[in-house]
Design a binder for this molecule. Sequence first.
Ligand code: HT7
Ligand code: ZN
Length: 844
Amino acid sequence: PETFYLKDYTPFGYVVERVELVFRLSPEATRVLSKIRFAPNPDVSDREFFLHGEKLKLISAQIDGAEVAPNVTDTGLSCEVPDTPFTWEAEVEINPKANTALEGLYMSNGMYCTQCEAEGFRKITYYPDRPDVMSTFNVRIEGDEKVMLSNGNPGESGEGFAEWHDPWPKPAYLFALVAGDLLNHPDRFTTRSGKDVELNIWVRPGDEGKCAFGMEALKKSMTWDEEVYGREYDLDVFNIVAVDDFNMGAMENKGLNIFNSSCVLASPETSTDANFERIEAIIAHEYFHNWTGNRITCRDWFQLCLKEGLTVYRDAQFTADMRSAPVKRIEDVIELRARQFPEDNGPLAHPVRPEAFQEINNFYTATVYEKGAEVIGMLKRLVGDEAYYKALDLYFNRHDGQACTIEDWIKVFEDSTGRDLAQFKNWYSQAGTPRLSVDESFEDGTYTLTFRQKTPPTPGQDHKDPKVIPIAVGLLTPTGDEVLPTTVLEMTEAEQSFSFEGFKTRPIPSILRDFSAPVILTRDSSAKERAFLLAHDTDPFTRWEAGRELAKASRIAMVIDGASPDSNYLEALQSLVRDDHLDPAFRALVLAPPTESEIAQALADQGVTPDPDAIHDAAETFAQTLAQSLSDSLPRLFAATLVDGAYVPDAKGAGLRALNGRILGLLTRIDGGEAATKQFETANNMTVQNSALACLLKAEKGDAQSQAFFEQWQDDRLVMDKWFGLQVATARPERAPAIAQSLTEHPLFTIKNPNRFRAVMGALAMNHAGFHQADGSGYRLLADQLIALDPLNPQTTARMCSAFQTWKRYDAGRQDKIRAELKRIKATEGLSRDTNEMVSRILD
Ligand code: HT7
Ligand code: ZN
């Protein structure tokens, strides 16, 4: 397969001045008529007229009204064209019903919809399908569907047709079309300059009761972007559509956002607090793309982090403002460590701005998104808040309507702050998570911290230069007073010391406050000091982190030395849990144990081969010991987490329910499931119903409730995804592969729906000891399923291959089994480019 390189970028030889499209909808034979005005690009001397196109049946092609016979291949067409502006017209036929890849124009439960990012437009018609080719689009849709939508503002419509005009030049990846029997949840928004905008969430009949929360989230996002970034909406309508079959979360098509229904539909009875928080964040994310992505887009797909890192950063700021900033930060770090760190430290490691790819869909990764957002956060911390917003204003003013690069982005910061950011760019070009170690000394009242940074080699990148690392620190006295409030140290060397003077006693450092850089910090510190920070640190992140470090150390000692759970840590947890002055959400986070995969990585980092079964046993023993040590107070603690009255999906209620879920998990270990059974029976919202069922299933006492849950919710596909996933997630490791296998045979399982597939297979990959069963049954099942899915949906198959990315951590027996499965996948005849690239990189 061809590899594409960042260094090979050249602009397209033609400018697209205008695009007119006509869609004659038909499930198996949709006709797409395109009329495109091209002009030679004066900046390019060596011009080739090549239009991307895949899986298209070309019916006819004309240039300036005269029939032409282009040279057509599997990837597109080329043609002799005039040296002066000309009009290209083509008619193609496509088959939306046969499109199971969910890219291009496809059908989902009888409705037509599109997904064009990154390179899906070429499956709709012949076009220069690259993000730096921007144009206005006029679209006419002809069909019998009740609702027919496209980007921009509505034009004429009538019996059997609807027209749409998008005045904002856009790349083809932002094109969208939806048509079907849909109902809308309408609302309005007035922008701060007084523009009246019609808002709609379009859903299939039956889902109209699940739109109100999403609509509120949209209006909050619009207000927030005006207030914080000064950005207003720029069309007369903003449409959101919920679609059941979707490869990712949502898509920011101009004026017509398309959402995976799981990321927009919500009701208290069917959605958990986590669902509500995620929906609010994704609605915000897609809306924020209107400026960071649509008005200013990417020159090429190597620049993906330009829009994604920045937009993730913006949605995280939004969630922090709407909910609790410390809780959001801790949640994000947990996610980053669970998804991005394994990527950055394994065979799939790549820079935030990759330099080569075979299939761009494989680079919509945690590194591009989440590490990309961390890089923005570091930049903001280094230049300060005021300079950050000034730079953003310059970015919007200078680059509105353009397709940009990371160089453009950095230059805006250099020009507006006068700083040289050449070294900072290493964050974009060098893969791998820096290891940051620290030594301390105290002499004559001067306290010195000496940091060393080192980034291990990653595939194709042996040498790493030092990065600029903002290290936020604070210092505390042994009695818990803060003697140095949070201060950002700017590390630029491989080794660097920072001194603080004027102390009578040696202070206690709190390092990497607010997780100020995406690094792995190693520091020799005693359990006593960690317990001190857990009790006294003023920074919520480092406070939580101290508990996490204690938990990890205890768990590792249990696995390696067969130690008992650390009594100091148990005591610290007990007093935290009982401390009613502490935010319940924070207590829930402190009570959440490190994941088994995280312990496996920590062991591997110490040169110990992780044994998934031993790690699982240690987790169970720890939870059981904690439950027993708290047994007297658990019923009282549990009662205090019960939220009376109607369910409100806000941060306060969610925090209490998160604590409720944690305590119920412990209580179920000692009361035989009594409280969980009662909670299940009396639940008035999905959050508590779901957590009760999870506790019961984990205790293997939930058969009746699982059946009741199924009967109650079998017609709700999003709740059924939970039911499928929970059974695998809570299964005892030795049963997990068999349970997952039997669920793939359930009448409601379908491999064609990515949500359902991920519910079962994603849950198996997340059940660490279950997936890593020594007999290889977990690996075999996943490989079987991936081989079956690949011909239908390469994108989802390829993404799921990352479950194997940590394979080199494990013992030789497990490695052999995984290698054999990866080779079996790779040897599959007709394997997609997507999956082939992923498997090859993982095997390398
Ligand atoms: N920009 C979008 C990324 C995307 C995508 C979305 C749905 C289906 C396939 C997709 N490929 C790429 C989503 C976002 O980051 O907002
Ligand atoms: Zn995005």
